[in-house]
Design a protein around this ligand. Sequence first.
Ligand code: MIC
Ligand code: SF4
Length: 640
Amino acid sequence: MGKTVAEKIIEEHIVEGIPKKGEEIGIRIDQTLTQDATGTMVYLEFEALGLDRIKTELSVSYVDHNLLQTDFKNADDHLFLQSAAQKYGIYFSKPGNGICHQVHLERFGVPGKTLLGSDSHTPTNGGCAMLAIGAGGLDVAIALAGQPFYLTYPRIMGVRLTGKLGPWVSAKDVILEMLRRLTVKGGVGYIIEYFGPGVENLSVTDRATIANMGAELGATTTIFPSDENTRLFLVSQGREHVWREIKTDPDAHYDKVIEIDLSQLEPLIACPSSPDNVKKVAEVEGIPVSQVIVGSCANSSYRDLMIVAKAMEGRRVHKKVSFEVNIGSGQVLENVAASGGLLDLIHAGTRIHQSGCLGCIGMGQAPATGAVSLRTFPRNFPGRSGTKNDLVYLCSPETAAAAAIFGKIMDPRNIGPYPEVKIPEKYIIHDTMTIPPLKDASKVEIIRGPNIKPFPHLPPLDEDVMAEVVLKVGDHITTDHILPAGNRILPLRSNIPAISEHVYEAIDPNFSIKTKGKKAVAVVGGENYGQGSSREHAALAPRYLGVRLKIAKSFARIHKANLINFGVIPLTFADPQDYDFIKEGDTVSINGLRSSILKGEEIIMVKIRDREIKTRLDVSLRHRKILAAGGLLNFIKGQG
Ligand code: MIC
Ligand code: SF4
């Protein structure tokens, strides 16, 4: 039988297990990427593995999240990352060079290769036919050491595209349509692969926008074929030599198929405060807008910026709107400047910011109280912008431009004729802020300012566990709830004792205080627990506070993997109604937990008050050994 693009790449990279859906497999990782907010921990973990050089084909360390330098902390981290990159043989992308996914696509993406990134939007590079997967930092550290990445072989969802997008409708509307149909958990357990005649009407950067927000569907990754458009994109980046064709076979089988006719799509918008709260722009027209931001790893291509620049040409930003542009990479900034787009934006009254994540992760750009903010970003989880009860909408660059002009939400088709953006055959290449690895790093010293604290010791799992339920939460809890980001907390990412004080702060400001003096703590959750970011800190910092058990209705993929990596047992309710039985303050106890885990028992009985409830531990044999050891680092080092 024929194969899909994803199956072809997996089968070229499989080093352990059998290529069968639902089985655990180990794949070889060709490339890795890290960003600064997760990267400091990755390189501390790599250091703990005791290697002096990376074993991947290519690895890049980006600085794009923690750009505000309000004190020494972020600057300390930048120096640590730069020196660690030089020491271990890694490319270093300097602060201001751009967002990891965007820069990687431009300068390093290679069709058919595997990419593991310590950021949930790593699948962006699926736009150029990479098998690009977001993971926790420790998994990336292990990949840097040349070890395989383990995952359950996902099912493959084929999305058959036909037709061509109409004027003022763009790639963001395609992924918003997917979110409208499937919701934030509709992609869990799947690789999403786009195919069909409509694919050739999308450029690589359009595909990257769609692949990027596959993360919001909960998918393992998203992938497009490598075709003539991929070749042209690589030519424009001066990297044609890395192109090869990878197409799905005509008789390939998808586990599920969805059809989208691109010509039928309309401008869409995700309303507060979830990426799947999608409506037609026309349905919410007229809502006054205070802030509009174009940028992020979802919408930072040359096309995205130029369409906005052309829409603004000869116009003024509405007087009640702060219109802001965070151009996603130095290369796009330079090219938009060279073709005059930057001048149109400046002239219209745009606030131009440096290239990076910025407001997308609450590093500045927080909206005013009660103010509506339209953003071309991938996520609008509650409070993520830095403002409590925020009203953040997610939309395309076209819809953003319309709001900037009219001062209210408006279907962009009201702007006028759709401008044409000519994509350069060759971009001006901007590699000046990327530092290649050194051949001889023997003299490099890693710079460790006072913000860099060592990786904490985590003891192995005891035979019996008795834990107090300190917190019970509902469905769709995000990692932004578990461990917020933003300019106050992000600088503590390389200091676990300090960051742990902020665990669950947004839900219960006393959570960390309540854990004090307790040997073990449990947290109870609903469906899709831990969706969103890949930040392993959302597992490691609670573990540091004593969280040993999480019992939920279901878990999001990356968070579950992170829990296992740090020895937190992810149990699911066998009967979801038992969720109602557990209360905060209950003590849950499991006798013989360690033995049950090691024996491979899937059903774990948990004692609560006078009852025993049935839970499931759905993990591989390898995971079980990691859990018993108290975490992956202990397991690798043969401890516990
Ligand atoms: C995000 O978009 O939530 C982040 C910030 O990029 C995270 C990574 C992090 O928390 O450091 C992600 O997507 O993984
Ligand atoms: Fe950065 Fe936002 Fe993309 Fe995360 S989603 S990598 S914070 S731009």
